[in-house]
Design a protein around this ligand. Structure first.
Ligand code: SAM
Ligand code: SF4
Length: 325
């Protein structure tokens, strides 16, 4: 069975948020006062999340990314990941984390069957890092990245580039790929909170590449069908790779292969569209056919593209932590 949307895109990638709680407060992800959290009763149980994952895999999902909030703060996550990894037909189980818990958890995550980790890191400067995360300790995340490498994970580092905040560090991040087999992905800052100055904060993927090209020569890398919307590059002779995610300026939607499920059970076809469906009624009644049909409906209704570059922005603002990025 394959999920194909009305624009012919094969939807094989599910981002599954297991919590909206987080132990960081990144400025681009949530407002200073934090977010209105779901009550514990609204957060799906692991059994419900597994039901959704199984229904999705039965309909063509081949890759699941576990995300949040911060997925590693939810109790029992390792056991849940073991169950997910055991779903027959699932080809890739990956997880996105802010890295804080990795010094203790990297090895168990590997044993549980997680195949790859994306670690978010937006600055290599302790003060800038603390300012972006509203107080987190850079040393811990760097130790987390090291623990992940030692546990044998292929590691991707996600850097959200923001003009005037961390854009002077693009070359430092690119240099991380020279000796280590890690992938550094530069992500355009997205206006989920729609702050007044958001447009001036966005550094386009093209200008990121241009900056890297002034220092290094690089070549384009091929992508596999589960890779999502990153374009891949490698600095000549480097051990690792570079990725660019032009979430705002383009080249993103036409290759979109994903749907998202929030920790409260809402499935969404697009980050920047309010359309979606509540899966809870199907979970409550154990209606597997209804659940699968709801997933197929959301796939069928995926918009062709978001309209962030246009004049009109007709989505509600949201904390990325509530949806999972
Ligand atoms: N807490 C985990 C983490 O930070 O990796 C997982 C959840 S977080 C919402 C997932 C991803 O969304 C992170 O890589 C984060 O940098 C990204 N993100 C959050 N807000 C963003 C924004 N406004 N623009 C671009 N990326 C954003
Ligand atoms: Fe938490 Fe991740 Fe959002 Fe930062 S980006 S506040 S770590 S959910």
């Amino acid at each position: 069975m394959e999920f194909t949307d009305s624009y012919g895109r094969n939807i094989n990638y599910l981002r599954l948020s297991v919590t909206d709680r987080c132990n960081m407060r990144c400025v681009y992800c949530m407002p200073a006062e934090g977010v209105q959290l779901c009550s514990h009763n609204d957060v799906l149980s692991y059994e419900e999340l597994l039901q959704i994952a199984r229904a999705a895999v039965a309909n063509g999902i081949e890759k699941i990314r576990v995300t949040g909030g911060e997925p590693l703060v939810r109790k029992g996550i390792i056991y849940f990941l073991q169950q997910l990894a055991a779903i027959s037909g699932l080809k890739q189980l990956v997880l996105t984390t802010n890295g804080l818990a990795l010094p203790e958890m990297a090895a168990e995550l590997r044993r549980a069957g997680v195949q790859r980790l994306n670690i978010s890191l937006d600055s290599l400067q302790p003060d800038t890092f603390a300012a972006i995360t509203r107080g987190a300790d850079l040393k811990r995340v760097l130790a987390g990245i090291q623990a992940a490498e030692q546990a044998g994970f292929p590691v991707k580092i996600n850097m959200v580039v923001m003009r005037g905040i961390n854009d002077t560090e693009i070359l430092d991040f690119a240099a991380l790929t020279l000796e280590r087999q890690i992938t550094v992905r530069f992500i355009e800052y997205m206006p989920s909170l729609r702050s007044e100055d958001w447009q001036s904060r966005v550094v386009s993927g093209e200008s990121i590449l241009e900056q890297i090209g002034q220092r290094y020569s690089f070549t384009t890398e091929g992508r596999d069908g589960l890779a999502g919307p990153a374009r891949g590059f490698r600095i000549n002779g480097a051990a690792g790779q570079i990725g660019i995610i032009t979430a705002v300026s383009g080249h993103f939607c036409e290759d979109c292969n994903r749907i998202r499920v929030t920790s409260s059970g809402r499935v969404r076809g697009c980050l920047f569209s309010d359309d979606g469906l509540d899966l809870k009624p199907y979970l409550a009644s154990g209606d597997q056919d209804g659940l699968e049909a709801a997933l197929r409906r959301v796939v069928a209704c995926k918009p062709r593209q978001h309209e962030l570059a246009g004049e009109e922005q007709n989505y509600s603002t949201f904390a990325m932590a509530a949806i999972g990025g």
